[in-house]
Design a protein around this ligand. Structure first.
Ligand SMILES: [Fe+2]
Ligand SMILES: [Fe+2]
Length: 135
């Protein structure tokens, strides 16, 4: 069962951003399933790296859109993105060094962060982006 199901309550009303958010949810679910099934370290490591790549790609695309829309809180939004990518990188480093305390909590932390970020900080840019007509 999926840990994290995208539904319309997460929609920012911009279809390419919604699609990227869905991919992040998928990537997190895939990682969660691999951990639940006790998949090999290499498999789990690859999934954490994939999640980091998708996250970075999404954040760059979102920041570029916000720059085009002259979003006034872009600097703060960028910092939140940077904090999150640093957090995932930190988990990946620990994981690669064989830290056994990396477990299912990692996925829960990431899920809660991502959901909160979408529902609060991403939602905050909706009207600005809609008014600017930028996509
Ligand atoms: Fe964001
Ligand atoms: Fe986002």
């Amino acid at each position: 069962m999926a840990l994290f199901t995208w539904n319309n309550t997460y929609s920012v009303g911009i279809s390419n951003i919604d699609k990227q958010h869905m991919s992040l949810f998928d990537s997190l679910n895939e990682l969660h399933n691999a951990m639940l099934q006790g998949k090999a370290k290499e498999v789990t490591g690859t999934l954490i790296r994939n999640l980091l790549t998708y996250t970075r790609d999404h954040f760059s695309a979102e920041e570029a859109m916000l720059a085009r829309a002259s979003y006034p809180d872009l600097a703060k939004h960028r910092r939140r993105h940077a904090d999150f990518t640093q957090q995932i990188s930190g988990f990946l480093d620990r994981f690669e060094k064989g830290d056994s305390s990396i477990n299912i909590d990692l996925v829960t932390v990431l899920r809660d962060w991502l959901a909160n970020h979408i529902l609060k900080e991403d939602f905050a840019y909706r009207s600005c982006v809609a008014q600017s007509g930028v996509r």
